[in-house]
Design a protein around this ligand. Structure first.
Ligand code: BES
Ligand code: ZN
Length: 876
């Protein structure tokens, strides 16, 4: 166990490592409960490190068996070993080989960090600090070493043995039932990128020819019998490899690239060098078992982990404060990949929806922190929407500011300067500044200041002069630890839409505005646009060019106009969403919804517009979620009132547009066999949105249509959305369909997760009891992160009325699960507890109940550092 009350770690305390590891030879003798790990470290004093410093290696719950220096066994007083640290106060020389033998128990490892078992296979997860649960090591990302790994295991139990890099040798261990494999990774790397896998796995194979002519062997390892489900992942991998060559000039650098799908995994996937380990949810797909969202998730995650090979692995992070250096940048890269593979505007809309739902919410609450934090107690709690999603937005803004060529020049310089190094955000930003000659010091505030800037904009039309003045004010709200802020550099993409719906020329003082982007850099600033012949409607923050909250003086009529005419598809989407959002806010606040005509008109026009693709229409017409309305309300939120307003609006739209939705439902029917491509997925999305609106009244006809679709579906997207529609209505068809679904997919854990989630999302008072029953279901297990997230995680994150029940039972239930889970898997427990991050927005009764539940957690003795940190900061 680690320190119960870990100290805060500060970026300003960073010191270079005192000792370096030039190479490391690892030997694993795999055994279910007693795996023997022998590590030979070639240690060398760092000339840039603290003078005369002892050797201090990290551990976490380790059992030391043996220690030797340059082949000679070490004894007693020459070292000090605790489960969490190995210290050599008086190293024998400035360079020597330290041999360490430890014993670890992978079966007892329920944290799923370090070496653990999953479906009786062996696998590892080392990022960020899991390697120290395997052996003593300077477990920090700025110690790069060349790893050679020998893995030995019982051949019947583990016929497959995998490691990082290239396979150099394998064979039988004479006279035993065991065999071994030796893997060598020529690229120096930090310990967090180490991985090994052993077990009974099936493989699908392919190959990739890099543009310089290197043949790479590709393998995806899955449970036996699941081979046919890995084809889409393999295809996505090859497309990712090609894309990185074309878009970033980055080639793969080993002879092998392996992916292993496991069913017990804390996160989505992990970019270990040459041996990515994946949550099987992001590998396995067939039309019958995976939704369109699953397919696009697989594509995105495969790409993300592959792209880390350059942004993360070849150039890694100096310390964990720099996490966004690899994560934000790599999210940006995977978003760009998916945009190129699918529809750019639709991908942007989906990404911004996710950004607002997760990151804007985080920024508004007690867990807000900068993209590059300056202090942490538990690094595992900083793999957040801010580091990832806002981190990606910051990279995107750099590209917007510097242009395509400037951005590429900066990236190229970054790779050239820092390949093989552990870098910082300063290094990254300097590459762009030096490549383009631009001063980026104000821009760098995006990494340091937390909180979502509020941009308040108003316009003034001067008919006589033909000018339009845009007055812009920016303010970054206070966040924990940051009461006051400086003005940021905000790239604001915009257009001035004329009465004919076309963009008018964009010029400041008669000088054309390049790329339609103006730079807001002061607290208050005015832009005078000239040469206009009619009053324009401004289309602001096009493509969501900056992650800000925009407050403008646009009227509802302006928005209806933009929804119909804006040349920027993102802003067409945004205009209609904003109309709905304002109505929902009023509805939730006052209990009565404003007139719906404008929204219905805008929606009807979008449905009928033959120039728009189906996926776009589905996004535009999907009403803002309960979470978004709550976030916009910001205080005294009554989730029941939000739900009621949304329900009323759904009813109004479903009724007013019944004919249009019925036509769309038929028109979007499949024309051929299932294909997961973006355009077919878009048609399904629009058809299923129509189904939902057609059933919104709960009429016999609507329910019958959903039931028919549920029964006839030839793919999971259509089946699950029909089931979702049925579950949201209190009708007899609901239980029958749930049972039929269960019976059909009983043996398929990933599909049963969807079944858990749907039930966790029912917005009705019986849900909490239903969930408690489901936790006793044989298919449920607290030991499996996917099961926990699909049932309890989905309840806390996506069922606001029931999680925030006025009687407090929802809060109490979730914190009870957190406390039980904390003893098994602190990381997953902490993530679950983080769903309380919005509790201060609630109305007083619910706020008090959430606070009570959080206090109970905070006061529980023996908490993990992970849960203690979230509880403390959430209450903070
Ligand atoms: N490096 C992370 C995985 C990770 C996260 C390890 C947290 C340890 C702690 C990986 O590259 C990643 O970011 N995975 C994401 C999915 C990705 C598509 C954003 C994940 O696992 O959620
Ligand atoms: Zn990542």
């Amino acid at each position: 166990m680690r320190d119960a009350e870990p100290k805060a770690i500060h970026l300003s305390d960073y010191r270079p490592p005192a000792w370096l590891v030039d190479k490391v030879d690892l030997d694993f003798s795999l055994h279910p409960s007693q795996t023997r790990v022998t590590s030979k470290l070639s240690l060398r004093r760092n000339p840039a490190g603290a003078l005369g410093a002892p050797v201090v290696l990290d551990g976490d719950g380790l059992t030391l068996v043996r220690l030797a220096i340059d082949g000679k066994p070490m004894a007693g007083p020459s070292f000090e070993a605790t489960p969490d640290r190995l210290t050599l106060a008086h190293p024998p020389a400035d360079a020597f080989v330290l041999e360490i033998e430890t014993l670890v128990d992978p079966t007892a490892n329920t944290q799923l960090m370090g070496l653990y078992r999953t479906s009786s296979n062996y696998c590892t997860q080392c990022e960020p600090e899991g390697f120290r649960r395997i052996t003593y090591y300077p477990d920090r990302p700025d110690v790069l070493s060349v790893f050679t790994t020998r893995v030995e295991a019982d051949e019947a139990e583990s016929p497959v043995l995998l490691g990082n890099g290239n396979l150099v040798e394998s064979g039988k261990v004479d006279g035993t039932s065991r065999h071994y494999a030796v893997w060598h990774d020529p690229w120096p790397k930090p310990s967090y990128l180490f991985a090994l896998v052993g077990g009974r796995l099936a493989k699908i194979s392919d190959s990739f020819l890099t543009r310089s002519g290197r043949e790479v062997e590709l393998g995806i390892y899955v449970e036996h019998g699941k081979e046919a489900r890995a084809g889409y992942a393999m295809d996505a991998l090859k497309r990712s490899m090609r894309w990185d060559e074309e878009a970033f000039g980055r080639e793969y650098d080993l002879d092998v690239f392996n992916i292993v799908a496991v069913s017990d995994f804390n996160m989505g996937a992990m970019e270990n060098k040459g041996l990515n380990v994946f949550n099987d949810k992001y590998v396995l797909a067939t039309p019958e078992t995976a939704t369109d969202a699953d397919y696009s998730g697989i594509e995105g995650v495969i790409a993300h982990e592959y792209f880390h090979n350059w942004t993360g692995n070849r150039i890694t992070c100096r310390d964990w404060f720099q996490l966004c250096l690899k994560e934000g940048l790599t999210v940006f890269r995977d978003q760009e990949f998916s945009s190129d593979e699918r529809s750019r505007p639709v991908k942007r809309i989906a990404d911004v929806r996710a950004l607002k739902a997760a990151q804007f919410t985080e920024d508004q609450g007690p867990l807000a922190h900068p993209v590059r934090p300056e202090t942490y107690r538990e690094i595992n709690n900083f793999y957040t929407a801010t580091v990832y999603e806002k981190g990606a937005e910051v990279v995107r803004m750099l590209k917007t500011l510097l242009g395509e060529a400037g951005f590429r020049a900066g990236m190229d310089l970054y790779f050239e300067r820092h390949d093989g190094e552990a870098a910082t955000i300063e290094d990254f930003v300097a590459s762009f500044a030096d490549a383009t000659g631009r001063d980026l010091s104000q821009f760098a505030l995006w990494y340091a200041q937390s909180g979502t800037p509020v941009l308040t904009v108003s316009g003034a039309w001067d008919a006589e002069a033909g000018t339009y003045r845009l007055d812009v004010a920016q303010e970054v709200p206070p966040t924990p630890g940051q009461p006051t802020k400086k003005p940021m550099l905000i790239p604001l993409a915009l257009g001035l839409v004329g009465p004919d719906g076309r963009d008018q020329p964009l010029a400041l003082g008669n000088v054309p505005v390049e790329n339609g982007v103006v730079e807001v850099s002061e607290a208050r600033q005015s832009f005078l646009f000239t040469g206009l012949d009619a009053r324009p409607v401004p289309s602001l923050n096009r493509g969501f060019s900056a992650p800000v909250n925009l407050v403008s003086d646009l009227t509802e009529a302006d928005r209806v106009f933009l929804a119909a005419h804006d040349a920027d598809p993102f802003n067409r989407f945004d205009a209609i969403q904003r109309i709905a959002l304002e109505m929902l806010k009023t509805g939730a606040r006052t209990g009565s919804l404003p007139a719906t005509e404008a929204l219905v008109t805008a929606a009807r026009a979008i449905l009928a517009d033959t120039t728009l693709d189906a996926a776009f229409k589905a996004q535009a017409l999907a009403l803002p979620g309960e979470g978004e309305v709550a976030r916009e309300l910001a205080k005294d939120v009554d989730p029941d009132a939000v739900f009621a307003a949304r329900k009323t609006l759904r009813l109004a739209m479903g009724t007013a547009l019944e004919g249009a939705f019925a036509t769309t439902y038929s028109a979007m029917a499949a024309t051929g066999p299932f294909s997961p491509d973006a355009s077919s997925a878009g048609r399904r999305a629009l058809r299923n949105l129509s189904l939902d609106f057609l059933a919104v009244t709960g009429s016999a006809e609507g329910i019958a249509r959903a039931k028919a679709q549920f029964e006839a579906a030839d793919n999971m997207t259509d089946r699950i959305t029909a089931l979702a529609v049925l579950t949201q209505h209190e009708v007899p068809e609901r239980e029958a369909a749930l049972q039929a679904f269960y019976d059909r997919f009983e043996r398929d854990a990933l599909v049963i997760d969807k079944w858990f989630t749907l039930q966790a999302q029912i917005a009705a008072p019986g849900t909490l009891d239903r969930i408690k029953d489901l936790m006793l279901h044989p298919a449920f297990s607290l030991g499996n992160p996917n099961r926990v997230r699909s049932l309890v995680g989905a309840f806390a994150a996506t069922n606001p009325t029931q999680f925030n029940r006025a009687d407090g039972a929802g809060h109490e239930f979730v914190t009870d699960v957190v406390l039980t889970l904390d003893g098994k898997n602190p990381q997953v427990a902490a993530r679950l507890l983080a769903s309380f991050k919005t509790f201060r927005q609630l109305e007083p009764v619910r706020r008090a109940s959430a606070e009570r539940a959080l206090r109970k957690v905070a006061e529980t003795p023996g908490l993990s550092p992970d849960v203690a940190d979230i509880a403390t900061r959430a209450l903070g």
